[in-house]
Design a protein around this ligand. Structure first.
Ligand code: NAP
Length: 314
């Protein structure tokens, strides 16, 4: 086989991808990780990670991902900071993965391309990311102790985030563009009973502005989408909870996905509909979405890939 042929190719470099690489490398599989251009996944945009086990004093997201990466390299995984741009999976092994003009082939593939938080798309949102704007209450809620924050969205995520944030914030306002919610009734009822949660309907975030001294969020300009009027709304944090988008565009028409685009695997397994192709982490999980669960699923995928290869070779 050519130098570009691997036992397994892992696409993605978040906790799932690197954990799969650690396990595959330790199992002596010839392993390639196509990390993407912005390697490290969603933790690269998180500040302090306080709930990853093993770091009792917390660790910065990018530093944690550097540890993951170094550990994968230590066990021999080849790491390439390139973007996979085409995946030929349907014909079975050898699978062909294209990345920036090169073609890599493999006997197994582990898809760990993750999901990206959907953002509003307004310019000020980018400017304040990590400085008051967040898409993860579990990651960043702690930093808003005693502060007033807003959550934008009307689905289960928005209500779950709002409820979680009341542990820290003095007041949480759910901002929604309609007056009916997609979120389940029970979540809405719970929020209505929570004295710290307030609601604003028919509003859209037109702009986020900052405090000149601290450079962090100081408030929002809210547009009423019924009247067009603009209202000033002072808050120190804005949590965006308008859904996630799984990064599965490369696999459309090949791997089974649900209506939201998340990959479907066998129950309690990482095996997809194509033998030899496994999926791990947020690309197949819209429920937990935690670094530790993604890492666990990367471990499972590597073990399944190894056993699959073993069964094929005997
Ligand atoms: P979702 O159900 O798709 O809801 C997204 C919300 O964001 C909707 O209310 C939508 O408004 C709003 N939205 C979308 N784009 C927007 C924009 N550009 N500006 C303003 N608002 C925007 O997403 P989700 O809440 O992340 O939930 C995803 C899935 O995970 C769901 O199936 C959910 O049930 C599940 N989930 C379950 C739990 C749980 O059971 N504990 C927790 C979290 C998530 P419109 O309603 O007007 O479209």
């Amino acid at each position: 086989m050519s130098a570009n042929h691997y036992d397994t190719i892992i696409i993605g470099s978040g906790p799932a991808g690197y954990t799969a690489a650690i396990y595959a490398g330790r199992a002596n599989l010839k392993t390639l990780v196509l990390e993407g251009i912005e390697r490290g996944g969603q933790l690269m945009i998180t500040s302090e990670v306080e709930n990853y086990p093993g770091f009792p004093h917390g660790i910065q997201g990018p530093e944690l991902m550097e540890h993951f990466r170094n550990q994968a390299a230590r066990f021999g995984a080849e790491l390439k900071t390139v973007m996979a741009d085409k995946a030929e999976l349907s014909q079975g092994a050898p699978f062909r993965i294209h990345a920036e003009g090169q073609v890599y082939t493999s006997d197994t593939v582990i898809v760990a391309t993750g999901a990206s938080a959907r953002f509003l798309g307004i310019p000020s949102e980018q400017a304040f990311k990590g400085r008051g704007v967040s898409a993860c209450a579990t990651c960043d809620g702690f930093f808003f102790r005693g502060k007033e924050v807003a959550v934008v969205g009307g689905g289960d995520s928005a209500f779950e985030e709002a409820n979680f944030l009341t542990k820290f914030a003095s007041k949480v306002t759910i901002l929604h563009r309609r007056d009916t919610y997609r979120a389940s009734k029970i979540m809405v009822e719970r929020a209505r009973k929570n004295p710290k949660i307030q609601f604003k309907t028919f509003v859209e975030v037109a702009e986020i502005y900052g405090d000149e001294k601290t450079g962090t969020v100081a408030g929002l300009k809210l547009r009423n989408n019924q009247t067009g009027s603009i209202e000033d709304f002072p808050v120190q944090g804005l949590f965006i909870a308008i859904g996630h988008v799984p990064n599965t565009g490369l696999f459309k028409g090949q791997l089974e996905m649900d209506e939201a685009g998340y990959l479907i695997t066998q129950p309690d397994r990482t095996a997809t509909n194509i033998p030899g192709v496994f999926a791990a982490g947020d690309v197949k999980d819209h429920y937990y979405r935690q670094a530790v669960t993604a890492a666990g699923s990367g471990c499972q995928a590597a073990i399944e890939a190894e056993r699959y290869l073993e069964s094929k070779r005997h």
